[in-house]
Write a protein that binds this ligand. Sequence first.
Ligand code: SF4
Ligand code: SF4
Length: 325
Amino acid sequence: MKSPLQRRFFEQILVMLGREPKKPAEVTPAAQKIHVFKRGNRDFIAEKKHARAHAVPSHRWRTRRWATLIFANLLFTFSYLLDIQVLEGSLTASRFIGFHLIDLNAALQVMLAHKHIIVNLLIGTGTVMLLWLLLGGRSFCSWVCPYHLLAEWAEKLHLWLVKRKLVADQPMDRRLRSVFWVVFALLALATGYTVYEAISPTGIVSRALIYGPGLALLWVLALLFFEVFFTRRAWCRYACPIGLTYGFVGIFSPLRVKYTLQDCFHEGDCRKVCLVPHVLDTVLKGRAVDTEVPLGPDCTRCGLCVDVCPTGSLKFDVKGLSKLL
Ligand code: SF4
Ligand code: SF4
């Protein structure tokens, strides 16, 4: 029989594909004890909430992440401009001091378009797969993808406008992303072209940073405009197949964010800052299936929730090594 944590592991894969998270059918006795304690001690929780009002927000992980993302993308630019051959190519396909690196989604699109397995591509893909398997799959999104940074800034503007009631967020159905993944795969298969690569803001921004701006940037501006005035983080939440591909890679990743039930007082600040709040359903009252719950593979490991959590209930964790850290 599966334990509540094992059941949640499989459910989180479905949640990544677009299913809404459900209340758990079963929780461990240890977690149940904490849930019952919290239900009977509302004053204690209220006191903690009051203390939270004085907590100073941290930007530790965000600063590290932005610095890494900017450094990685500028490394491409300077390698090209100075012809130093450290990191050649762009995020779609590159060579890092001689090692071939190929974006997993791009490799998949190319093989579907050519309708056979290309051995050279598999070698470059294998290195990338191993890297992101170790580093957390969708951490590619928040730590490397240049569109993520632009969208994060656009999101700030969107939230500012929402707060002033100048625009209203219009959420979409999360299943759309899985539909787009299949549609782009079928388009590559049917046309023999990597259709998605032509409109991928990740590739467009990456190439613009290296080789200079082109007309394709107008498409990226249109996406950002849509995200500022209509739907919060629309592309990454509801469309991008790269995010879903790396989500699959992250399923077995040892690096994840872990939730500890004991100290959490369920005010939900983490869900407000998160790109994928469905992975944080575990912080809702009564939802945690165990005293410690690793977040699902759709988590981008951006660290915003770790920064914002006033009680340290969300922390980065390496499976099997947490006791040593
Ligand atoms: S979902 Fe796509 S566009 Fe968004 S950060 Fe990930 S790779 Fe970049
Ligand atoms: S759960 Fe936390 S680390 Fe994961 S994407 Fe959301 S805010 Fe980022």
